[in-house]
Design a protein around this ligand. Sequence first.
Ligand SMILES: NC(=O)c1ccc[n+]([C@@H]2O[C@H](COP(=O)([O-])OP(=O)(O)OC[C@H]3O[C@@H](n4cnc5c(N)ncnc54)[C@H](OP(=O)(O)O)[C@@H]3O)[C@@H](O)[C@H]2O)c1
Length: 231
Amino acid sequence: MRIFITGHRGQLGRALWDELGSRHELVGGDLSDWDMTDRAQAAALIVNARPDVVIHAAALTNVEYCAEHPAEAVRANGVGTYNVALACRDADARLIAISTNEVFDGQVSQPYQEYDPRHPINPYGYSKYVAEQVVERYAPHYAIVRTAWLFAPGGVNFIHKILARARSGQPLPPIRKDLGEAAHFLWLMTGEEPTPDAEHTLDVSYVLHAEHGFNASTFTGRAVASTLSDM
Ligand SMILES: NC(=O)c1ccc[n+]([C@@H]2O[C@H](COP(=O)([O-])OP(=O)(O)OC[C@H]3O[C@@H](n4cnc5c(N)ncnc54)[C@H](OP(=O)(O)O)[C@@H]3O)[C@@H](O)[C@H]2O)c1
């Protein structure tokens, strides 16, 4: 199968490239190659590549930046996805669009179902909500895959943000049980056994311990393990 990956140099794009490369013929496009907000560029790059499937991982993903530049967020994620969807239509390609948990507001007590009403509460979430709607409306054959807490070597993600805050001495807000993959990652780094009686939040102490080598801090291990055991 011939697969076009948008954002193939991003965190997820690189992982997809590695995962799929041995079994499929891959083509990629990133911001250094094209700007998906440019309709002509998107059409030319994708249609000329003649893909069977487009995996659309490119996005403006910096949540804080999106909050400060909401129009740019909608332009990148909404208009950009619109252009990708139209190009998929022109190329007769299926579209797998990567989306986010942030199309929801989190105000429910049970896991979300795929078709629950979306209600984003920040500009990034709103821009991805627009993107989902565009995909549903304009892509001929699509799947929307929502994910959360992505991290990968070389990427800029919450791990870096937590460490940066800890290093600068800023307090961290409590991190809830939906820490998810983050906890898993940090637990792997601590190498500590899960214990059932730990605290449910990570605070600056935790991260400061983490900064000192991710080792030997029972508090670190317990806090993360507790989060893990509740998931
Ligand atoms: N990161 C998360 O925790 C998270 C959580 C849930 C969902 N997602 C979704 O998962 C997908 C992949 O996320 P990621 O973490 O891999 O993101 P990422 O590392 O920021 O990669 C996104 C890629 O898209 C490119 N890009 C941005 N604007 C573009 C434009 N206008 N035209 C073409 N390319 C553009 C970026 O290029 P530059 O690097 O040159 O800017 C970057 O290579 C995104 O759809 C995101 O919304 C991410």
